[in-house]
Design a protein around this ligand. Structure first.
Ligand SMILES: C[S@@+](CC[C@H](N)C(=O)[O-])C[C@H]1O[C@@H](n2cnc3c(N)ncnc32)[C@H](O)[C@@H]1O
Ligand code: SF4
Length: 491
């Protein structure tokens, strides 16, 4: 996924109940059943980071050089067990702007841009790949955007071949593709499988045609069922869909029909994003008629009803905006405590080093982050002149690493055991984090967390305010979790 996720946005509401799994041997999974508690939303639903990384991308700085980045890669090769690799390719092109979109994309109809993009991409891979030890396997490849399927099938094939020419692609690698259903026909799916894709993520957003029209994204709903059917028939390992609530003209009643239709399609995973409306940052959003946006109470009704329907239909709540079927690897990872959070949201696969390619893509290797130039032209020029197109980055301090681990555990496990942190970092948690623990007291009083003998547990109500809880450990924000307007509202 793309840039709207780099430090921003998510969803409402609270009050959940813990329900046992059907197999009592398995861990209890918190099943949220949100109720509308306006005071909590008022208090904890303000702006906040999504914590797809810590520190978040807004902390990256521009005096971070390519030399420093290559040193970080060399350091990662020298680790006792260097982690395997994951590649994200940001393909920025879209044929028309969806008005809600907060992703980094270039609107174009040119048939030539894809070819040029692949030339630059090969340069980028050729500059970077030799710096990673050859025995580090590539476990995941993900194409996001923009619209990767702006590239035609031959170009997508070429892209995957480039990646596997320079990296050692594992036989069982997860190879995923974001699909705009307006650009792919069910008949293309077999070809995509033949190239090596085994995971699809389809952007639905909303099936309601009036909503689609209001956001300039009219699509053929019937085609989505065809795409999913075709993907199942050729054995795709995972199919996920994206939905957004909070879009213009949506109502609890209209969105219930969308959710019902999605449940019928039974994708393995569902992302139910809270519309991040930040017209000061995303120009296309200024085309949205704000008077058509659902009122906050209606938005909460939409989210609450959607969540109930998904849980009733057998989906499990992973966290924030993610749901998955019980047999999906995300649910397994959540139960086993191996869920991670990265720039694509919640993910499996543990600690892989992440290589981001394409404009605006972010990489994380060992303790360093680097982000590419956001503008397509700048990215292309750097590569044409054989420079790594790095815009900004950051090397984590020990304090950053410590806080990243804590925030990651809160976001993924919904609990924190101070002893585990003390074991890794040789410190007294209560002393080091005395201010943070004080800042958590009001959240405990409001029932969002419960103290345990050695830490705390997020309560069912608190699950919907994970970002607010995690933000108490964010050294770059105010102690009350307050942040600047570059983050979208939590609720
Ligand atoms: C890169 S887009 C998906 C791929 C493809 N371009 C498409 O539209 O189907 C990734 C997802 O980000 C989500 N998204 C984009 N802008 C958003 C916003 N402002 N608020 C919430 N979600 C957003 C949408 O659900 C979208 O499917
Ligand atoms: S197709 Fe629409 S939602 Fe997808 S990246 Fe392009 S503008 Fe954004």
């Amino acid at each position: 996924m793309a840039v709207f996720d780099h430090g921003q946005s998510d969803f409402p509401d609270q009050a959940l109940v813990l329900q046992p799994e059907s197999n009592p041997k398995q861990a209890m999974v918190a099943v949220p059943r949100p109720n509308y508690e306006p005071e909590l939303i008022q208090r904890y639903g303000g702006a906040g980071p999504r914590y797809t990384s810590y520190p978040t991308a807004v902390q990256f700085h521009e005096d971070f050089s390519a030399v420093r980045w290559l040193e970080a890669i060399a350091d990662s090769n020298r680790l006792p067990i260097p982690p395997d690799l994951s590649v994200y390719v940001h393909v920025p092109f879209c044929a028309s702007p969806c008005f809600y979109c907060g992703c980094n994309r270039v609107i174009t109809r040119s048939p030539l841009v894809g070819k040029r993009f692949l030339v630059s991409l090969e340069r980028e891979i050729a500059l970077l790949a030799p710096h990673f030890d050859a025995d580090r396997q590539l476990r995941q490849v993900h194409l996001g955007g923009g619209t990767p399927t702006y590239l035609d099938c031959d170009q997508l094939d070429e892209l995957l071949k480039l990646v596997s020419k320079y990296f050692r692609l594992a036989d069982d690698a997860e190879v995923g593709l974001e699909v705009d259903p307006r650009t792919v026909a069910p008949g293309d799916i077999g070809r995509l499988a033949g190239m090596g894709f085994n995971r699809l993520s389809i952007g639905i957003q909303d099936f309601d045609q009036a909503v689609q029209k209001a956001v300039n994204r009219e699509q053929d709903n019937a085609r989505i069922a065809g795409l999913i059917g075709a993907a199942r028939a050729v054995g795709f390992a995972s199919i996920s869909v994206d939905l957004i609530y909070g879009l213009p003209l949506q109502t609890a009643r209209s969105f219930a029909r969308t959710i019902e239709a999605v449940i019928e399609l039974r994708p393995d995973r569902i992302s139910l994003f809270n519309y991040a409306h930040m017209p000061h940052m995303f120009k296309a959003q200024r085309q949205i008629d704000e008077s058509q946006l659902p009122a906050p109470e209606e938005k909460i009704r939409i989210f609450r009803a959607s969540m109930h329907s998904l849980l009733d239909a057998g989906y499990e709540f992973i966290g924030m905006d993610h749901f998955a079927l019980p047999e999906d690897s995300l649910v397994r990872a959540k139960r086993e405590g191996s869920l991670v959070r990265n720039f694509q949201g919640y993910a499996t696969g543990g600690d892989l080093d992440l290589i981001g390619l394409g404009p605006s893509a972010i990489s994380k290797v060992n303790d360093a982050f680097a982000q590419n130039r956001r503008d397509l032209e700048g990215w292309e020029i750097d590569l044409a002149e054989d420079r790594l197109p790095i815009w900004r980055g950051l090397i984590c301090s020990i304090d950053d690493r410590l806080r990243a681990e804590i925030i990651g555990r809160i976001m993924c496990d919904n609990r924190l055991d101070f002893r585990e942190v003390e074991r890794h970092y040789e410190l007294s948690f209560r002393r080091y984090f005395a201010d943070e623990l004080r800042a958590l007291e009001p959240l405990a009083d409001d029932g969002l967390i419960e103290w345990t003998a050695t830490g705390f547990q997020v309560t069912p109500s608190g699950l919907l305010f994970l970002r607010a809880i995690a933000s108490r450990f964010d050294a770059y924000l105010g102690q009350d979790g307050s942040s600047r307007p570059r983050f979208s509202r939590i609720v």
